[in-house]
Design a protein around this ligand. Sequence first.
Ligand SMILES: NC(=O)c1ccc[n+]([C@@H]2O[C@H](COP(=O)([O-])OP(=O)(O)OC[C@H]3O[C@@H](n4cnc5c(N)ncnc54)[C@H](OP(=O)(O)O)[C@@H]3O)[C@@H](O)[C@H]2O)c1
Length: 339
Amino acid sequence: MYETLAVVGATGAVGRIVLQQLVDRDFPYKRLKLLASSRSVGQEVRVKDETVRIELLQPGAFKDVDLVIASTPDEVSAEFAPYAVEEGAVVVDESGYWRMDPKVPLIIPEVNPDAINDHQGIIASPNCSTTQMVVALAPLHHAATVKRVVVSTYQATSGAGLAGNVELEASTKAILNGQAPKSETFQHPIGFNLIPQIGSEKHEGYTSEEMKMVYETRKILGDDQIQVCPTAVRVPVTVGHSESILVETEKPLSVQQATELFRSAPGITVVDDLPNHGYPMPRDCDGKDDVFVGRIRRDISGNGNSIAFWCVSDNLRKGAATNAVQIAELLQKSVASAN
Ligand SMILES: NC(=O)c1ccc[n+]([C@@H]2O[C@H](COP(=O)([O-])OP(=O)(O)OC[C@H]3O[C@@H](n4cnc5c(N)ncnc54)[C@H](OP(=O)(O)O)[C@@H]3O)[C@@H](O)[C@H]2O)c1
């Protein structure tokens, strides 16, 4: 059992779900420390049967901490994670800052759990749209080797943190009231709209969010040959990212084989009953930990080596908090088996 667990960014969209997960999964610890910015210091939060006061994230905060689960902006993580490790803690980090660092394992526990053995104090959890896609691709990759993926995402506003959902609500109300909607978190008004830009331009007209899906997929599946062509779109949905995925494999897979692979993979629920309008949708996946897959079908434009499907997952859960808490559980198992 961990002596002292610190949750950094405990007041954020992801941090709040991390706290819920500690309760729901009966995560073991003796003492809990909650850290955030000066904006939140002193706020009181109920977790399990105790009330915990938010403390300031600052050097010295981790002297008595053995495990950190952190969900802060990249630049905050870049600064605090090294001193947290120096002060003796292991950091499971949700931000994008450490993911592609060769010294940092990037882990989805159902997919590449063994990578945890290489950690040097920081362990990264992937980008939310990458996580659900890779959970779905992994069983196909193991059976038939994924060569190429074309993916379009439909990403919820909570992917941009608490501010994203606040802006969706304000934007929707403004439009309904005939007022001009503001756009501060997003590049354009999000109410009644779709925005085909998440992040900034990064590479040959692809955005930073899209390039995360390229690089992180290769790192997690351990295969630099996988080609990914992503388009990331922000949609006016509060929780739950959806993805339309076309995957080309080295060996052909029938729809039935792909469906069986999805069904028997950990962390995947198949909902695939088109005649009865059965397929995953964000409203149904909100608050659930699994990755949901449906609309599994042959690529009628391809040469027999590609399958199309639809994939939805709660971005704050498997896309973030659930994956981080699962990494922490995995870490505890690996420490226990080493002793
Ligand atoms: N949202 C998602 O779906 C998702 C999925 C995967 C990964 N992530 C990543 O997870 C991280 C957190 O995202 P989020 O959606 O939870 O954002 P958020 O709702 O904006 O929350 C940010 C958290 O970071 C804290 N924070 C900000 N600046 C700080 C500082 N200078 N010192 C200490 N704490 C600070 C905030 O504390 P205050 O309340 O005190 O400001 C808050 O607790 C980001 O790196 C994001 O990319 C998010």
